[in-house]
Design a protein around this ligand. Structure first.
Ligand code: NAD
Ligand code: UDP
Length: 313
């Protein structure tokens, strides 16, 4: 049986990934310090003999002897703007010191490594849609920079390790992803709007709602992550992973109101968040060609599943 480490495995994306890897027959070790994740996300896996949860902070020296490791998926980092602005130092350290610790672990064990980066490395993009070759338009000292710039550092560190130590690593740039197990209060737009709709309270729309995002359902993303790790000849490659269907934030609100039958009204703040990307859509030509991957779940279908989850939990 092959051994896999997932950092940030008790988070939204990490817990779905652990679940998928267990189902695919791997032995999974999950590292998480529960800063923005929850043990509840992996509770149902704890009884599996092939799953081990270790509460640990990846920014501290890794003193554990894990035995042989075949694969490492490195996802540990706050991800929602509210979370990383509440924890700017922790975010900076998770993606810098934490990533260096994980790169060292990959070097020592010879494990294949996948680093979770983000569409935020493109900042408020001047190129649209965004291709992997675009260098980005990022502010180094704005409220989002603890996340954007530390993810850019994580990418750079990965390429230093690939070139200097010949490790087998790849980078994925994840675009907005949503689905069951997103924390209800994480402040992200999909969770905020669904909670407002179900609670019958007004949607707070930043700016005039014309800013765009492209939303990927979690199952599609997990399939992309797995393919990026296990497809041959992906060493040293960067892949955008996201759904290329682009919507304004106002269109997203309208869809959620329709799907929930909510009577909530929309309140426009008239002011965009500082350094808010005005447009975001992945160009996934490379992932389609190399990984034979593209999202299959439409926004309506994915929202419906997510709404059902929030209603039940
Ligand atoms: P999340 O906050 O739900 O999960 C992150 C997990 O990492 C949490 O369980 C948290 O407790 C853990 N963590 C944070 N710092 C840690 C540390 N120092 N040591 C150990 N564990 C630590 O977020 P998510 O949405 O699941 O995001 C997972 C990854 O995907 C992140 O790297 C994020 O940057 C990336 N990403 C996510 C999205 C998205 O739309 N969800 C978009 C782009 C990139
Ligand atoms: N947003 C909004 N109302 C909310 C939450 C978010 O209008 O209750 C907007 C936010 O200003 C941004 C977009 O929705 O333009 C996406 O925000 P989110 O925090 O989900 O993630 P981002 O894509 O900015 O990382």
């Amino acid at each position: 049986m092959q051994n896999v480490l997932v950092t940030g495995g008790a988070g939204f994306i990490g817990s779905h990934l652990c679940d998928r890897l267990i189902r695919d027959g791997y032995k999974v070790i999950c590292f998480d310090n529960l800063l923005t994740g929850s043990k509840k996300n992996v509770e149902y896996l704890l009884s599996s003999p092939n799953f081990e949860f270790i509460e640990t902070d990846i920014t501290k020296p890794l003193s554990l002897n894990l035995g042989p490791l075949n694969y490492i998926f490195h996802l540990a980092s706050p991800a929602s703007p509210i979370d990383y602005q509440n924890y700017p130092e922790e975010t900076l350290l998770a993606n810098s010191v934490g990533t260096l610790n994980i790169l060292e672990l990959a070097r020592k064990t010879g494990a294949k490594l996948l680093i979770a980066s983000t569409s935020e490395v493109y900042g408020d993009p001047l190129e649209h849609p965004q291709k992997e070759t675009y260098f980005g338009n990022v502010n180094t000292f704005g409220p989002r920079s603890c996340y954007d710039e530390s993810k850019r550092f994580a990418e750079t560190a990965t390429y230093v390790y690939i070139r200097k130590y010949d490790i087998d690593a790849r980078v994925i740039r994840i675009f907005n992803t949503y689905g069951p197990k997103m924390q209800k209060d994480d402040g992200r737009v999909v969770s905020n709007f669904i909670m407002s709709a179900l609670g019958g309270i007004p949607f707070r729309i930043d700016g005039d709602g014309s800013q765009t995002r492209s939303f990927c359902y979690i199952d599609d993303l997990v399939e992309g992550i797995v393919k990026a790790m296990f497809t041959g000849r992906t060493r040293g490659e960067i892949f955008n992973l996201g759904n290329p269907d682009e919507f304004t934030i106002e269109e997203l609100a309208e869809k959620i109101i329709k799907l929930t039958g909510s009577k909530s009204e929309m309140i426009f703040s008239g002011k965009f968040r500082e350094n808010d990307p005005m447009r975001r859509r992945p160009d996934i030509t490379k992932a389609k060609a190399v990984l034979n991957w593209e999202p299959k779940i439409s926004l309506e279908e994915g929202l419906q599943k997510t709404i059902e989850y929030y209603k039940k939990s």
